[in-house]
Design a protein around this ligand. Structure first.
Ligand code: IMP
Ligand code: MG
Length: 189
């Protein structure tokens, strides 16, 4: 199996590894145990935000030792660009009603926070018992609006990152680590 350092050579356009596979796995397991203990016998419905959140959802849900359900939503705020447009569209809605349920939004990354705030507003309107948020990554930056996340995996610098579900122009989602995109790649987008 290729080591992490060998693997990064296979993906041109990456600058450096920000979070290693081991560090990701350790933190996601820890989050899963903590969140599982928090919900205990209130069986949560995990709502994954596609596509970036798919890998985090898979690992997080396996670390939560409580009965739970999973659903996904797909939203779009970006196209191929690396800066936010502020426009959020629902591309795929949930399969079932969430009325009366304990909702956990599973988000890949909080950048501007616009996507998450929009989702929270939409989901609260559907009368769940409660809505909580876990984000794997949160960028350290100024935000137009405050974002409320109940759990955050890692606070990261304000750079464009890929891997572990996150893409640049549809690529790099399968990397088992989080890496920073080379500046020429993300700045010309
Ligand atoms: P927002 O600016 O918080 O609304 O971010 C919206 C979405 O943009 C996130 O859910 C990600 O899918 C994507 N995104 C934001 N920052 C990055 C990044 O650094 N790499 C890859 N995708 C990102
Ligand atoms: Mg994305």
């Amino acid at each position: 199996m290729a080591s992490t350092l060998q693997a990064i050579d296979l993906h041109t356009g990456l600058e450096n590894i920000l979070i290693t596979e081991d560090a990701l796995q350790a933190r996601v397991s820890e989050l899963g145990r903590e969140i599982g203990a928090f919900y205990a016998d209130r069986h949560p419905l995990l709502i994954g935000v596609l596509t970036g959140g798919f890998m985090f959802m898979a690992d997080l849900s396996r670390s939560m030792a409580v009965p739970l359900r999973i659903d996904f939503m797909a939203v779009s705020s970006y196209g191929n660009a690396t800066s936010t447009s502020g426009v959020v569209r629902i591309l795929k809605d949930l399969d079932r009603s969430i009325e009366g349920r304990h909702i956990l939004i599973v988000e890949d990354i909080i950048d501007s926070g616009l996507t998450l705030n929009y989702l929270i507003e939409v989901l609260r309107g559907r009368k769940p018992a409660d809505v909580r948020i876990v984000a794997l990554l949160k960028k350290k930056r100024d935000r137009p609006v405050a974002v409320e996340a109940d759990w955050v995996g890692f606070e990261i610098p304000d750079a464009f990152v890929v891997g572990y579900g996150l893409d640049y122009a549809g690529k790099y989602r399968n990397l088992p680590f989080i890496a920073v995109c080379a500046p020429d790649l993300s700045e010309t987008a």
